[in-house]
Design a protein around this ligand. Structure first.
Ligand code: MG
Length: 157
């Protein structure tokens, strides 16, 4: 059994949509990022790589490499899952937190869980997505940033 943890932050600017957990929805702020800026999928990717002690998302998918520019972040998760399977592991469960002031994430949580479960090849009952605001303070609360954290357990298969 191995534990993994991942964290990611993106700056926010005025925009029209956000993508989180692979789900796009309307938002008056959008992330700045080299790929699609999906902080939640980036955190999950880092948690898988971390559990394998295989570096991080930046070492596997460097921003300096143009092939990852505007790339769907699901590609990062899929490649991390592939590496995990090659090592003989599967995911027991994943727990995540998204820190975002607005918009409210509640209407999108179950869509995100279903999409993440699909990407990871596990049942939705093994995927948790929780949402926190920044209480109006700091970069999260002032709507200058979005942050996501993910924790997961790998089991030998
Ligand atoms: Mg990122």
């Amino acid at each position: 059994m191995r534990i993994g943890f991942g964290s990611d932050l993106h700056r926010l600017v005025a925009g029209t949509e956000l993508i989180l957990g692979g789900i796009k929805f309307e938002s008056d702020v959008s992330p700045v990022g080299h790929s699609d800026g999906d902080a939640l999928l980036h955190a999950i990717t880092d948690a898988i790589l971390g559990a394998l002690a295989e570096g991080d998302i930046g070492s596997h998918f460097p921003p300096s490499d143009d092939q990852w520019k505007d790339c769907a972040s699901s590609v990062f998760v899929e490649k991390a899952v592939q590496l995990m399977k090659e090592r003989g592991y599967g995911i027991s469960n994943v727990d995540t937190v998204v820190h975002l002031e607005r918009p409210k994430l509640r209407p999108h949580i179950n869509s995100m869980r279903a999409n993440i479960a699909n990407l990871l090849g596990i049942d939705i009952s093994r995927v948790s997505v929780k949402a926190k605001t920044g209480e109006g303070v700091d970069a999260i609360g002032e709507r200058r940033a979005i942050k996501a954290e993910a924790c997961l357990i790998l089991i030998e298969i």
